[in-house]
Design a protein around this ligand. Structure first.
Ligand SMILES: [Zn+2]
Length: 728
């Protein structure tokens, strides 16, 4: 799972001349300075990176991918546990150190039985299964599960069906206006674009008093309306089912029965009834094959125009359709395993750069997550090989294979909670890859798949800089390819400026969450995206990737390269490459958006906060210039570098508020959180108070932000003055 903004692709006509001129720009030369490095170290870094980039191979990535996607491997399954051992063995063989299996005893959720039948006006028993295809023998595997949602409640409900469009609050509002109540009813909704996390639909249905929830995949979103369907194209066929969890992990992620502490063996658990993140009504995902009989047998009032989907029927809000839903879930404590390994740093072993990807999949996990896993295994192979050749990073590089991400971001959350004190002291940054290739190269057009990273704004510039030294599968530098696809997706006539290439708004939905939102450490998410309509279905498998997604596996390797380059630069830099000037500029933009999107009451004054952000940005710019100037002049003393690095490290930590944001104390970052839909949410405490019109709370939240900005501006200022004071 990962939060993704799906852009409806727009194909612009590109002239051949335009493509040629873009291709002329080649990767940077070895003499190009790297932010955070002295000239000599920058030169050595370029050499090292050239050596590194020659190691990953598409054919090896294909082989890793085949291993990880060979069988369904959801969390707590035998296969997923075997893969934990497989990863550990591979990392040992590759030369990684301290390979450790971390076990967590977690409240898990899996189906014993699911059943859905329409009892009126006609009888129809839903198959809740996906059709096999001869072209892809994996689709005939008896190990593939039926439809289910992780953490659905068990229940046996017979009730009338109401169609509630996307299942968002405004949809229920419209039903109410039409005199339709969902109290005690079974609500049928569709997955929607823009993406809204299914766990938000479940909470909304529960709050509205529904007895149960059905979510189906309408072809308008991810099926034939978008293009060719599996096995001929990337989109979802008639019977594809989007499984998933419906956990309320936007309130608190991880094991629902250990909120805020780690589920290590023997840990205290609260009861499921006490857990804030567990849904209370039964819910089930459906293919459009199983949803269509329900929709077409309704005879009530016609649904509004924008509620009509792509099926050749008239969508109605209610009438005549009654169903019987029976779900029996096994909710028992099961072991999850996080595999951890490191290459100890040669000079700064107590500073960590952490890489991670989850291992568990709803079914085969062709894209999600095994594309990321294949990219990761090539990265660890390459780093292991460098180590065998005697090349160690200066800082320690740690890698983790997470478990149970699909359920509640569970493995990374428990691991982060277990080692919270150490991580707050040592973690320089976390680099997450969930899906490395979530798109179809075969339908992407001449510019190729979009590179769609997100990062805290202080790391945006170093990511852009690194992209200039990686070659994209199209033959251009990744930087040029990125500019071209960004331009395509924003329908603009010119590429965006560098400062806008990186998405600096970070939602939830993947394993970066605990590190950013709970521990206050900087994060980057990396991945390619494009046409992809089989998310969390059986068809998200090796066949899809090999025939449709990334037949050459070149995108997997491009991702390995950029991931490795960013890791190496963070691990080897003389000065941590954080740009707080860029950070300040992005935060000012977030604040302006907050004001544009809301009517700010005159009782709330944000002038002071604007001034604080501007001061922070100014100090950030001055510090960056001072860093660049001094590094260009030669090598400052180790003590001096260490002192500034400690201060640079501290900035992100200073955004943490130990009280957390109102109502969600686990989320402690003052700048970043996610909405209940998983969508990004900046200045979360302030924004939510403004949206509620709670001006007193908004003023309190603004003042917390002002204090944090003042503290960090002071930190940047004193960092610069002591850095500039005396050389050496
Ligand atoms: Zn995932």
């Amino acid at each position: 799972m990962r939060f993704f903004l799906r852009h409806f692709l727009v194909f612009l006509a590109f002239t051949v001349a335009g493509m040629l001129s873009a291709q002329q720009k080649q990767a940077e030369s070895p003499g190009t300075p790297i932010f955070g490095f002295t000239p000599q170290h920058g030169f050595a870094e370029h050499e090292l990176e050239t050596t590194f980039q020659a190691i990953p191979s598409p054919e090896q990535a294909r082989e890793w991918h085949r291993v990880f996607t060979a069988e369904p491997h959801p969390a707590a399954s035998d296969r997923n546990n075997q893969l934990a051992d497989f990863v550990a063995d591979a990392w040992r063989k590759q030369g990684w150190e301290d390979v450790t299996l971390r076990r967590y005893d977690v409240l898990h959720s899996r189906p014993r039985s699911v059943f859905l039948e329409m009892t009126a006006p006609v009888s129809y028993i839903a198959s809740l299964r996906e059709d096999p295809y001869d072209a892809d023998p994996d689709t005939k595997s008896p190990a593939v599960s039926s439809a289910y949602f992780g953490y659905s409640a068990s229940g046996d409900v017979t009730a009338d069906v109401v169609y509630a469009h996307s299942g968002n609050p405004e949809d229920y509002e419209l039903l109410r206006k039409n005199g339709i109540s969902v109290q005690g009813k079974i609500v049928l909704v569709r997955y929607s674009n823009p993406y809204s996390y299914r766990g938000f639909k479940a909470l909304t249905a529960e709050r509205e008093g529904a007895a149960a929830l059905l979510i189906y995949s309408d072809p308008a979103e991810d099926g034939f309306t978008r293009g060719k369907v599996f096995p001929d194209g990337p989109w979802g066929p008639e019977s594809h089912i989007q499984r998933g969890a419906i956990t309320y992990d936007y309130i608190v992620p991880g094991d629902p029965t250990t909120p805020g502490w780690a589920s290590v063996p023997g840990a205290k658990h609260i009861t499921p009834e006490e857990a804030r993140s567990l849904p209370k009504i039964p819910a089930l995902p459906l293919s459009w094959h199983d949803a269509k009989p329900l929709l077409e047998n309704m005879n009530g009032p016609q649904a509004p125009k924008d509620w009509q989907g792509a099926l050749p029927i008239t969508y109605r809000m209610t009438g005549a359709v009654k169903v019987h839903l029976k779900i029996d879930m096994d909710t028992s404590i099961q072991p999850y395993t996080v595999v951890e390994a490191r290459i100890r740093g040669s000079e700064l072993p107590d500073e960590w750069v952490l890489l991670g990807n989850h291992r568990d999949a709803w079914v085969f996990g062709g894209v999600d997550p095994s594309s990321g896993t294949a990219s990761m295994m090539e990265l660890t192979r390459a780093f292991g090989e460098l180590k065998q050749r005697g090349i160690r990073p200066r800082r320690t590089v740690v890698v983790c294979s997470w478990d149970g991400e699909e359920y509640a971001l569970t493995g990374s959350t428990e691991w982060g909670e277990q080692f919270s004190d150490e991580l707050k002291q040592k973690l320089v940054a976390y680099l997450n890859v969930d899906e490395s290739v979530a798109g179809a190269a075969t339908t992407a057009g001449p510019e190729g798949l979009g590179f769609e990273p997100s990062a805290v704004a202080s790391l945006g510039p170093m990511l852009v800089e690194a992209s200039k030294d990686v070659r994209a599968p199209s033959g251009k530098s990744l930087y040029e390819a990125w500019r071209a696809t960004s331009m395509r997706e924003s329908k603009a006539r010119v590429p965006p400026p560098d400062a806008e290439l990186v998405e600096t708004r970070i939602g939830s939905g993947s394993d970066h969450t605990v590190f950013l939102n709970h521990l206050g450490r900087p994060v980057i998410n990396l991945g390619f995206g494009g046409d992809y309509g089989v998310y969390h279905s059986m068809y998200d498998d090796h066949y899809w990737m090999e025939h449709i997604g990334d037949p050459t596996f070149e995108y997997h390797i491009a991702l390995t390269r950029i991931w490795g380059l960013v890791a190496l630069r963070l691990a080897n830099a003389d000065l941590l490459p954080f740009d707080f000037g860029a950070n300040g500029a992005a935060l000012e933009q977030f604040l302006r958006e907050l004001e544009q999107q809301n009517k700010i009451d005159r009782r709330l004054h944000l002038k002071k906060l604007h001034a604080r952000v501007a001061q922070f940005e100014r100090e950030g710019n001055l510090l960056r210039s001072a860093m660049v100037r001094a590094l260009a002049q030669g090598e400052p003393s180790a003590e001096k570098l260490q002192r500034l690095n400690t201060q640079l490290f501290q900035v992100e930590s200073n955004w943490l508020d130990p009280d957390g944001i109102p109502g969600r104390p686990w989320f402690q970052h003052l700048l970043y959180s996610s909405r209940y839909t998983y969508a990004h949410l900046e200045f979360p405490g302030l924004t939510e108070a403004v949206e509620k019109g709670d001006w007193k709370l908004a003023a309190q939240q603004a003042s917390r932000l002002e204090s944090a900005f003042a503290k960090n501006t002071q930190l940047l200022h004193s960092a610069r003055t002591s850095w500039e004071k005396k050389h050496k």
